[in-house]
Design a protein around this ligand. Structure first.
Ligand code: GDP
Ligand code: IMO
Ligand code: MG
Length: 426
């Protein structure tokens, strides 16, 4: 039995989808515990590409139970589109379960997300516009509508009327927008609720039962650790808990049940949206990485900001997750560069520091102190084991692992399932 949490070690898009898919083959349950359709997880199976936003990537295996648990926020039309898209490609959704405690994203959340970004003007967060922040704000304010409310017409109407009383005042007086009508929302959303109701379940006991019967469970983190609402680069982050602790909070299992935390580390750094990014590259190398790594958002199509690997941020990420393994992805993208840099410290206010500053304002000032390493020229997508990699690629991996302070368990050298090297049985 194993209970593994897979988290993004950086700012998201580390290839968590690919790594979870790899582990899902030997698992009986895959759980999404945070975020909503701000996530975009890609899995490549042969010639086919799947982009999942809400649904755990385990759905691609008929034997895997897939849970969307309490810590998630769900956009009903978005989820149904995703389900229909999968069904049209022959993927069964019989194994998809949605917690009654997950929160529902409603039209006013998406509207407020967009309006708030506009109001922030020069201080935009660069959100995905999916209503994520406002939906989590309502959850914290105890004004949210949960899946169980949503699937009960009387409760849905009553909670919606309460919510709209406040939202419409905001829309009218703060943003100068017309109010929303409860009837119109109900008319549009009740058919969604009727369709989703069959998937609603009490998910925590399902996880406990799987734990008790020795099943292999994978928790599929969304976003990245540095976007965590408490431990990330506030306020430039998402509103949920992408870190390993989020798997407990968002699911209803205790931390002692988890026996492995794998951080997925992109071989370089990317970030979408605003916020400090000390190793960001604005030159030809940044361009090379963006084009070679196809670094355009899976969810919004935005070009991702690219830069060298930031090992100060990575060591911090290892701490806040209690990582006991790292999996390095997209190593092949670095092929062809004459030399590589890793940020091993920052210069902040004339001092050299090795720790990741909790204050985003300090991080904005951080200048990277780089270690330079030799690159490799050959393409590595056909490597079958670590021994097939050029020496400089192996030295690079070794250094990343040393600076993270965490042993390496997997390396990904391409998007396909067979482009995965693993160093130990998980
Ligand atoms: P996630 O959000 O962490 O699941 O990552 P995304 O799916 O948003 O972005 C990762 C992208 O890299 C996807 O397009 C994957 O198909 C692709 N990918 C995954 N692993 C590798 C790899 O090792 N090499 C290359 N070149 N691409 C990869
Ligand atoms: P996956 O799971 C990368 C970023 C957004 C923005 C910030 C807040 O595919 O790795 P939000 O819409 O969540 O309020 O936006 O968080 N962001 C992501 N960046 N990958 C993601 O998910 C992300 N989900 C949110 O770009 O900067
Ligand atoms: Mg992604």
């Amino acid at each position: 039995m194993s209970c593994i949490v897979v988290v993004g070690a950086q700012w998201g898009d580390e290839a968590k989808g690919k790594m979870v898919d790899f582990l899902a083959r030997e698992s009986q349950m895959v759980i999404r515990f945070n975020g909503g359709n701000n996530a975009g997880h890609t899995v490549v199976v042969g010639e086919e590409k799947f982009k999942l936003h809400h649904i755990p990537v385990g759905i691609l295996y008929p034997h895997v139970r897939c849970l969307m648990t309490d810590g998630m926020v769900i956009d009903p039309p978005g989820l149904l589109d995703e389900m229909d898209g999968l069904a049209a490609r022959g993927i069964s959704l019989d194994n998809l379960y949605i917690s009654g405690s997950a929160h529902i994203i409603l039209p006013y959340h998406k509207l407020l997300d967009t309006l708030e970004e506009k109001r922030r003007a020069g201080k935009k967060i660069g959100t995905t516009g999916r209503g994520i922040g406002p939906a989590y704000a309502d959850k914290a304010a105890r004004a949210g509508i949960r899946m169980a409310d949503f699937c009960n017409p009387n409760r849905f109407l009553s909670r919606l009327e309460d919510a709209l009383a406040v939202k419409n005042s905001l829309l009218r007086h703060l943003y100068g927008e017309p109010p929303l009508e409860a009837e119109a929302i109900i008319e549009r959303y009740e058919p969604y609720a009727r369709r989703l109701k069959g998937h609603m379940a009490d998910t925590a006991p399902m996880v406990w039962e799987a734990l008790d019967s020795g099943k292999n469970i994978v928790f599929e983190g969304a976003q990245g650790s540095l976007l965590d609402i408490d431990q990330g680069t506030y306020p430039y982050l998402t509103s949920s808990h992408p870190i390993a602790g989020g798997a407990c909070l968002g699911t209803g299992v205790g931390p002692r049940q988890i026996n492995r935390v794998i951080g997925v580390v992109k071989a370089y750094s990317t970030r979408v949206g605003a916020g400090a990014f000390p190793t960001e590259l604005f030159d030809d190398t940044g361009h090379y990485i963006r084009e070679k790594g196809h670094e355009y958002g899976t969810t919004t199509g935005r070009p991702r900001r690219c830069g060298w690997l930031d090992a100060v941020a990575l060591a911090y990420s290892a701490r806040i997750n209690g990582m006991d393994r790292i999996a390095v992805s997209l190593l092949d993208v670095l092929s062809g560069l004459p030399s590589l840099k890793i940020c091993a410290a920052y210069r902040i206010g004339g001092r050299t520091v090795n720790s990741f500053p909790a204050d985003n304002v300090l991080l904005e000032q951080a200048q990277p102190v780089y270690e330079e390493m030799e690159g490799w020229q050959e393409e590595i997508g056909n490597a079958q084991s670590l021994d097939d990699l050029p020496v400089s690629a192996r030295l690079y991996l070794q250094r990343v692992s040393e600076l993270a302070g965490v042993p390496l368990c997997m390396v990904s050298v391409g998007p396909r399932r067979d482009q995965t090297l693993f160093l130990e049985e998980l």
